[in-house]
Design a protein around this ligand. Structure first.
Ligand code: ADP
Ligand code: ZN
Length: 358
């Protein structure tokens, strides 16, 4: 078992990383919740896989609990779904001392956190992430949100959980495509922060992709450490935290330009990292070998590395709508060397067109 302390100013908490064991959850819960009343939110896919075990465990320890199941997928991150969850929370008589448990991937984590942050102005919140993406990224750092029909993640807040409980063996049932999508964010940590970690990922890639438990624990632990370290220093994305967006300026534009249908998030981020690296190379920030190395590792994971059929003007239009932009300038987090990135704002449009067309 690994335990990481996340010392955010608004609320410090622990991340547990466990190999197929739910018992430590009870000890962890007893030291971070205000009452024995819980409200579990999960989606239809995760419910039959992991709720029965959680249900049994909470029952055994006489923790009062209700469960609400929502449809899987991004469409559940809506105000309509939030409203349904508020009603269910009221029906279950959740009070200020109660705790919401998000059992699932990033979608369930984001909307559950949004409910926890707003119901009665904020109640307890536990994350039990079951996708690689949620385990290494979205469950840590307190970003909670729902979508507006016109913009993703536009209604939300920063609301730190009381606990993140990662059982790495839940990844055994995750569809391969979803797992590999999470790999893009794992690789991102190496590139933005820790070249040693990147070397380690490259060396152990076969073991990671075959879901070897010990390798997974090491990978997830290091990713969680890096993310925690960054959000501890900049909880509300006013400075350092923006580096987590490497690959995301172009990645988000790719997702928007394809109506969120062609690529899952991690696939779009893989493409985004490749094209942002190409851009950095054209600006002489990094060598060509850096770009090749990135492409090679992403390809090893069967992630996409070449854009095709998306007009560069459409991508640039989408980038200009990014909520990270400042004063009308598109923001890029570009690699500047081994395990290092920096923020750039004044990228020439012609160069951008050229890079996106290669
Ligand atoms: P993400 O974590 O990438 O944001 P989602 O929350 O949408 O994504 O989860 C991706 C898909 O994987 C959803 O269909 C969800 O129901 C499913 N899922 C989540 N965790 C598991 C798991 N451990 N095993 C099988 N399917 C899972
Ligand atoms: Zn991302």
């Amino acid at each position: 078992m690994e335990k990481i302390y996340v010392n955010t100013g608004s609320r410090p908490y622990y991340i547990y990383i466990i190999e197929n064991n739910w018992e430590p959850l009870i000890t962890a819960l007893s030291s971070c919740v205000k009452s024995k009343k819980f409200f579990v939110i999960c989606d239809e896919n995760v419910y039959p896989l992991y709720y029965p075990t959680l249900d049994k465990l909470l029952t055994k320890h006489e923790y009062e609990h209700n469960v609400v199941v929502i449809p899987p997928g991004e469409s559940s991150k809506s105000l309509e779904c939030a409203n349904y969850l508020y009603t269910e929370a009221l029906n279950a008589h959740l009070d200020r001392q109660s705790t919401i448990i998000a059992l699932g991937g990033g979608v369930v984590g984001d909307i559950s956190g949004f409910i926890a942050a707003t119901y009665m102005r904020g109640i307890g919140f536990i994350q039990i992430p079951t996708t690689l993406l949620a385990q290494i990224d979205s469950s840590i750092g307190g970003k909670v949100a729902v979508n507006h029909p016109a913009a993703k993640n536009i209604i939300g807040s920063f609301y730190q959980p009381n606990l993140v409980y990662i059982n790495v063996n839940t990844l055994n049932t995750l569809p391969k495509r979803e797992f590999v999508g999470g790999m893009a964010e794992l690789i991102k940590y190496g590139y933005i922060w820790d070249i040693e970690f990147l070397n380690w990922i490259e060396k152990n890639i076969d073991s990671i992709l075959s879901l070897n438990t010990n390798t997974l624990i090491h990978a997830i632990r290091r990713a969680c450490e890096i993310k925690s370290h960054i959000v501890e220093r900049d909880e509300k994305e006013e400075g350092l935290r923006v580096i987590l967006n490497f690959g995301h300026t172009i990645g988000h534009a790719i997702e928007a330009a394809t109506n969120y249908k062609t690529y899952i998030h991690g696939e779009a981020i893989a493409l985004g990292m490749v094209y942002e690296a190409k851009l950095a190379n054209r600006l002489s920030l990094i060598e060509q070998t850096y770009v090749y190395r990135l492409i090679q590792l992403l390809e090893k994971c069967s992630l996409p590395t070449k854009l095709s059929g998306i007009d560069s003007s459409l991508l640039i239009d989408k980038m200009s709508l990014d909520k990270k932009n400042r004063g009308g300038n598109i923001i890029f987090i570009l690699p500047t060397g081994a395990g290092a990135v920096d923020l750039y704002t004044d990228i020439d449009n012609t160069l951008l067109h050229e890079v996106l067309s290669t």
